[in-house]
Design a protein around this ligand. Structure first.
Ligand code: ADP
Ligand code: MG
Length: 311
């Protein structure tokens, strides 16, 4: 199912060696890369790369689609249950494939718990709200807990060890590492039945490495490129991509930072679904969909229990 670099017509072994050495092993990784970035990393002349990319596109069948084909692809979108009926209803049935869903909110609002829950739920069969698939969990803050996965699996009557075997975990140590992990997923995802990719949190390294207003433009540019990379991943393989973004309770502290000025989310220029999470009394949390013309306005209340996300 995965078309390798060597399967692209017209790619000789010398070119394939250079591409592979630079980390481009499947046809998809080449198709979604930019010529200048490929040339820089491989030393292959841009004119040659242009030809490779064209051939890869053709081999992968990337071409015009009719409107009806677009419709059929839309119908192909699948949903993963969050574990809460009320949150699922707010989302029009659950977390969608072929798109990025951003959960943003302050510390303790439940972002990481939802990521854990979705990594378990994606493994459920379709009749129980899953995709019978596996999950990739990219952790930038070190807040992943296998104990939570175990408890959530038990809560659903699933075999905990089996559920944990189906979650591929990686800690990302800086923003470059984070970007390169996602690059590699263009090969890893189709080979391993992955239907959900989590990045918790998508913003923390970028915020730490590009602090303050003087780095804002650069940070936003790098973050946008990363989000587009994730968007292409979601579309290419019909998988769900879920990212989190921690925002402060008092946006006025960050006066002048447009990421909070527009309501705290960073996905303003990327298509996707944005959900704001807030703490309520006790284990109650409130979710609100932000700027989603296709979803009704409103809020959902859910709870976080030992067994996971529930109504
Ligand atoms: P965020 O990622 O938004 O900072 P989390 O997803 O880590 O927040 O949510 C932390 C909250 O989840 C805790 O404050 C607690 O209310 C709840 N929580 C975490 N573990 C458990 C558990 N084992 N049982 C019940 N609730 C839990
Ligand atoms: Mg968290």
């Amino acid at each position: 199912k995965v078309l390798s670099i060597r399967d692209i017509p017209g790619v000789n072994p010398a070119i394939a060696d250079k591409l592979e050495a630079a980390g481009y092993s499947s046809a998809w990784t080449v198709v979604v890369a930019r010529v200048d970035e490929l040339a820089e990393k491989t030393g292959i002349p841009p004119t040659v790369l242009q030809k490779v990319i064209e051939n890869a596109r053709r081999a992968l069948g990337i071409t015009f689609k009719t409107a009806r084909e677009v419709k059929l692809e839309r119908l192909n979108i699948k949903k993963i249950t969050t574990g809460s009926k009320s949150l699922d209803d707010l989302l029009g049935g659950g977390i969608e494939t072929k798109t990025i869903t951003e959960f943003y909110g302050e510390y303790g609002s439940g972002k990481t718990q939802i990521c854990h829950q979705l990594s378990v739920n994606v493994q459920l069969p379709p009749e129980r709200g899953g995709l019978s698939g596996k999950a990739v969990y990219v952790d930038t803050e070190g807040t992943f807990r296998w104990e939570r996965i175990e408890a959530m699996a038990r809560g659903l009557g699933l075999e905990p060890d089996q559920v944990m075997d189906n979650i591929f975990y990686m800690r990302a140590y800086n923003s470059d590492h984070q970007v390169s992990i996602i690059d590699d997923l263009f090969t890893f995802v189709p080979k391993n039945d992955v239907r959900l990719v989590v990045v918790d949190s998508v913003t923390s390294h970028f915020r730490a490495e590009f602090p303050g207003r003087e780095h804002l433009a650069e940070r936003q540019q790098k973050l946008n490129a990363h989000l587009h990379q994730l968007m292409r991943l979601a579309e290419a393989f019909n998988i769900a991509v879920v990212v989190t973004n921690q925002v402060m309770a008092r946006p006025d502290v960050f006066y002048g930072d447009p990421t909070t000025a527009v309501g705290g989310h960073v996905l303003a220029h990327t298509p996707g679904v944005r959900i704001q999470l807030r703490r309520s009394k006790g284990n109650k949390r409130i979710a609100r969909v932000v700027d989603a013309p296709h979803l009704p306005e409103g809020e959902a209340v859910f709870i976080i229990t030992e067994e996971g996300i529930r109504d």
